[in-house]
Design a protein around this ligand. Structure first.
Ligand code: DND
Length: 250
């Protein structure tokens, strides 16, 4: 696909309506593959609490390197694997994803995991996408090294192997060791493409900690996301009774 400037519409995508009778997965790429041509859809799943430049750069580099026609970001509705901490309401995480991706014509956001309700499992999402898109659309699930290392423990991981190709991307602090690769290879028929991405040692937990302690998150996420965090007072410590307003995104 020819390179496009940000702000222009991707050819297969602009104004794409849902194929008749099917629920909408995302606005821009709902009819991907409807013309019968082979296409590759990147799926970037995550909690995105909040979304940051590490997520965006990985998705963009995977798109380019793996020849993806589009990437859809899918924030988890109820991430069962994050029960150890309070997760920001899904509506806020979804909106931050929308704000972050809207200037890239190859990116979109889907609320299917939030709309589905209940606990979020990737296998259900991939089944939903597989039912939605024709067989000429290959599903490519993008994961960072930390997530891919645990994929063999995900619900119905063998089924995941049959539904999507995995794009495993390096992430600072989480080396994709030979042992990890062997473990994945032994666990099932995963079709994995390993990819080296430009290292960005950014994490959602660091952004949350920064906001909570009044430090800057400028340049660590898109300016519009930072503004949203500030407007909504996300990640700021709850002020004690009698205290003034807590820290806010700077
Ligand atoms: P996270 O909460 O780890 O995502 O979830 C990743 C995906 O795994 C989601 O789609 C989950 O639904 C799915 N999952 C997890 C566990 C169990 C199951 C499914 C199941 O079905 O049983 P984050 O928001 O933390 O990050 C999103 C992605 O971005 C991850 O793949 C992460 O590794 C990656 N990432 C980076 N990659 C490179 N450089 C950085 C990164 N920061 C995050 N700086």
């Amino acid at each position: 696909m020819a390179a496009l400037e940000e702000g222009t519409a991707a050819p297969q995508a602009a104004g794409a309506a849902a194929p008749e009778g099917k629920p909408v997965v995302c606005t821009r790429f709902d009819s991907l593959g409807a013309d019968g041509r082979s296409a590759r859809l990147g799926i970037m799943g995550g909690t995105f609490d909040p979304i940051h430049i590490g997520h965006l750069a990985v998705a963009e580099q995977a798109r380019e390197e793996m020849g993806l026609d589009a990437v859809v970001f899918i924030p988890a509705g109820n991430p069962v694997f994050k029960r150890d901490r309070a997760v920001t309401p899904a509506a806020d995480r979804l909106e931050m994803c929308r704000l972050a991706v809207e200037s890239n014509p190859f990116f979109d956001v889907s609320s299917i995991e939030i709309d589905r309700g209940g606990d979020t499992y990737t296998v259900d999402t991939l089944r939903q996408l597989r039912a939605h898109y024709p067989s000429n659309v290959e599903l490519c699930f993008i994961t960072g090294a930390d997530a891919v290392a645990s994929i063999v423990k995900w619900r119905e991981s063998a089924a995941i192997a049959g539904l999507a190709r995995l794009i495993a991307v390096t992430r600072p602090g989480f080396p994709l060791t030979c042992a990890t690769r062997d473990q994945i290879a032994e666990a099932g028929r995963f079709d994995v493409s390993y990819m080296q991405a430009t290292a960005l040692s950014v994490s959602s937990s660091d952004l949350r900690a920064r906001v909570a302690s009044g430090r800057s998150i400028r340049y660590l996420t898109m300016a519009r996301v930072r503004d949203y965090i500030q407007e909504r007072g996300l990640y700021a410590p709850v002020p004690e009774a009698g205290e003034g307003k807590g820290a806010s995104a700077r």
